[in-house]
Design a protein around this ligand. Structure first.
Ligand code: GMT
Length: 382
């Protein structure tokens, strides 16, 4: 199949999932065309069957707000026609789904029928999308997609709750490629953070308010009161200053490393003992799954899709949003005993196996075939 993959090229989970999906499909012989405004950060090197089409929005003095959606729609028209694509798969509804709808209409006017699939990732529904400034457009684009998927059962429920949806939604969970996460802990690398064998606790996110990174710092302080430990914070974003300030107030700066964005989080995960994700909302929690695939147990909240990924008492523990006391207690329970940690490590890896790409990829391929066949059968009937 020839597939146009529309995505955000950043470190955000939706972009990571779309990029890894594209790479896996290309490895199976499908032709994948990434269409976005920058080279996707997780792309790595180009292999055969992978292509990149850049969406360039030119500056013009009239535009206080550059019209990305219009330029993207035009780019989609161009790539579909020139590359003879079979399908568009857009990740994150805003503004990709409505841009794909627009491209579809333009192409229909020229006698070309291109189906598009929208994958909803989370904040496009739960935070941003349901806002009145987006809602009618998102509802329309979801109802007029040729197929819609969500990354968890929880996000599917949220979509029906917040929007007037008159169609089926398929759940296709996010995935990992286990072989990416079997790195041996690099001794020197581990020592550079924890020179005297301290436990290493890690958090990875975009440091937005929804991630509650300050809770990570509070939980870490409570762990530190019980045992020697180091905290590695990966990522960057609007809450970073608040986080640094709290580290100063709690006196944890000396044991905290804020290391910024990483293209390969698996290297830090390989030296980690525990991962903390105390989010306010989380449709899935890809960062938690990546930790589990590395054999790192997870302490998370029980919000959204997190309980579908992090099984309470098995791959870690889940607690109410904001309950830093309970999260710290569970963290200590796992970390204070070597045998307990080893047990949780093995269980995390096993739980992550349920999201092995080998199980999830066929779900997407079957959906693609279903959608393309649907369009082709309509052509035959016409
Ligand atoms: O919140 C983020 O990390 C970014 C955001 C995105 O769209 O890139 O993540 C959402 O999609 C991820 C991939 O499907 C999910 O794993 C995250 O849970 C989801 N974030 C939220 O729901 C807050």
């Amino acid at each position: 199949m020839k597939i146009g993959m529309v995505l955000y090229p950043t470190f955000g989970g939706s972009g990571v999932v779309a990029t890894e999906l594209g790479k896996a499909l290309a490895a199976k012989g499908h032709e994948i065309h990434f269409i976005t405004y920058n080279q996707p950060v997780r792309l790595g090197s180009f292999t055969s069957n992978l292509f990149y089409h850049e969406v360039n929005v030119s500056e013009y003095p009239l535009f206080d707000y550059p019209p990305y959606e219009t330029v993207l729609a035009s780019k989609l028209v161009d790539v579909v026609k020139f590359e003879k694509l079979d399908l568009l798969h857009v990740h994150y509804a805003i503004p990709h789904a409505s841009a794909a709808y627009m491209a579809k209409q333009i192409l229909a006017d020229q006698g070309i029928d291109i189906p598009f699939i929208t994958t909803l990732h989370g904040t496009d529904i739960t935070l941003v999308g349901k806002d009145a400034s987006f809602e009618p457009t998102i509802t329309f684009a979801i109802n007029h997609s040729d197929a819609v998927t969500t990354v968890s059962e929880s996000l599917k429920r949220d979509t029906f709750e917040h929007f007037d949806i008159k169609r089926e939604i398929d759940v296709i969970p996010n995935f990992i490629c286990p072989s990416h996460y079997v790195l041996k802990p690099e001794k020197d690398f581990r020592n550079s953070f924890a020179p005297t064998g301290e436990r290493i606790i890690t958090h990875i996110s975009n440091f937005r308010a929804v991630k509650r990174v300050t809770d990570v710092v509070e939980i870490f302080k409570k762990i530190l009161d019980k045992m020697p430990a180091k905290l590695i914070l990966v990522g960057d974003g609007p809450e970073r200053q608040k986080v640094e300030q709290l580290c100063r107030e709690l006196g944890t700066c000396g044991d905290t490393h804020i290391i910024g964005k990483l293209k390969k989080p698996e290297e830090v995960l390989a030296i980690s003992d525990l991962f903390i994700l105390p989010s306010e909302a989380e449709s899935f929690g890809l960062a938690a799954l990546e930790a589990m695939a590395s054999g790192v147990p997870v302490i998370s909240t029980n919000t959204g899709g997190l309980p579908e990924v992090n099984k309470n008492g098995i791959s870690g523990f889940t607690h109410e949003v904001g309950d830093v006391e309970a999260m710290a207690k569970s963290a200590v329970e796992i970390l204070e005993d070597d045998d307990e940690l080893t047990r949780f490590r093995a269980q995390s890896r096993k739980q992550a196996e349920k999201f092995n790409i080998d199980l999830i990829l066929p779900m997407y391929i079957n959906l693609y075939k279903r959608v393309i066949e649907g369009v082709n059968s309509k052509k035959v009937l016409a």
